[in-house]
Design a protein around this ligand. Structure first.
Ligand code: T3D
Length: 258
């Protein structure tokens, strides 16, 4: 399908692999465009019920390709608006679960892409760096917002301003990843989780994601009202009916993602 990412769908799970392993999968403009196209396919294809985002080789993603940065035409803000900002918004707005399979270095815009996923499973060999200040830049790709919300303001500042690199255990303690597993077990753990999510009520997961995206900015009273409105949608799904029927008939549910 593409040159700089690999895209594979099996048993309801799409795997998007950033595929420039000799550059630790650093983003080029082409790779960003291919990633956006793959995310669009994931959103449109009802057969896809879970997405894994990962990197080829020993890294996850080392951020913007620094050899390309000098050659970029136009303003950096436009580059971000049309590129990384769209990646983050597409991932957060995609109403299906996204797992980041963090196999190695996660830095710069790569950290933003990882933090924009819904779940992060890291190999114990993974390492994490903001990396922006190392080249005199401020965080972009949502890293300021995502670090602030996941790790809190003090830790966000520490990672951004000191350039401190975290190993996987520290990333877990900072709240940046959900699980750390031995590198040899990463594929099995991610596959198990992805299969479970691909067989879950996809609409319910997507609507839950919609809720979580919104409630951070609402008062409790507003959040209660928004939950009630979204529940009107969830209760009309086939998977809701299947879940109740399966419970009452004392059998395992068979969710269709509708
Ligand atoms: O215009 C805009 O949109 C601005 C937006 C910017 C967003 C950003 O992402 S800014 C941050 C950019 N990223 C970085 O500054 C990180 C640079 N990389 C590193 O600091 C290190 O590579 C890592 C800490 C991530 C990993 O270190 P290590 O020791 O495991 O690997 P390495 O040896 O440094 O890298 C391996 C190869 O990948 C190496 O190439 P070589 O020497 O084998 O030919 C290295 O040059 C290459 N590589 C790593 N990161 C990048 C890269 N090549 C291009 N761009 C990179 N970002």
């Amino acid at each position: 399908m593409t040159e700089q990412i690999l895209f594979d769908v099996q048993a309801g799970v799409a795997t998007i692999t950033l595929n420039r392993p000799d550059r630790l999968n650093a983003f080029t403009t082409q790779m960003t465009a291919e990633l956006l196209a793959a995310l669009k396919t994931c959103a449109r294809d009802d057969a896809i019920r879970c997405i894994i985002l990962t990197g080829a080789g020993r890294g996850f993603c080392a951020g913007q390709d620094l050899s390309e940065i000098e050659a970029l035409t136009g303003s950096v803000s436009d580059h971000l608006r049309h590129g990384f900002n769209q990646v983050v918004l597409s991932m957060r707005g995609l109403e299906k679960p996204i797992i980041a399979r963090l196999n190695g270095a996660v830095a710069g815009a790569g950290l933003g892409a990882a933090l924009a996923a819904d779940l992060r499973i890291a190999a114990d060999t993974a390492k994490f760096a903001s990396a922006f200040l190392g080249i005199g830049l401020v965080p972009d790709t949502g890293v300021s917002w995502l670090l602030y919300h996941l790790a809190g303001p003090a830790r966000a500042f520490e990672l951004i301003a000191t350039g401190r690199r975290l190993d996987a255990a520290e990333a877990l303690a900072f709240g940046l990843v959900n699980q750390v597993v031995p590198a040899a077990e990463l594929d099995a753990r991610v596959a198990e989780l992805a299969q479970a999510l691909a067989q879950a009520p996809t609409r319910g997961i997507g609507l839950s994601k919609r809720l979580l995206n919104r409630v951070a900015h609402l008062s409790l009273a507003e959040a209660l009202e928004y939950e009630a409105q979204v529940q009107d949608i969830a209760i009309a799904t086939a998977d809701h009916r299947e879940g109740v029927a399966a419970f009452l008939q004392k059998r395992p549910p068979h969710f269709q993602g509708r």
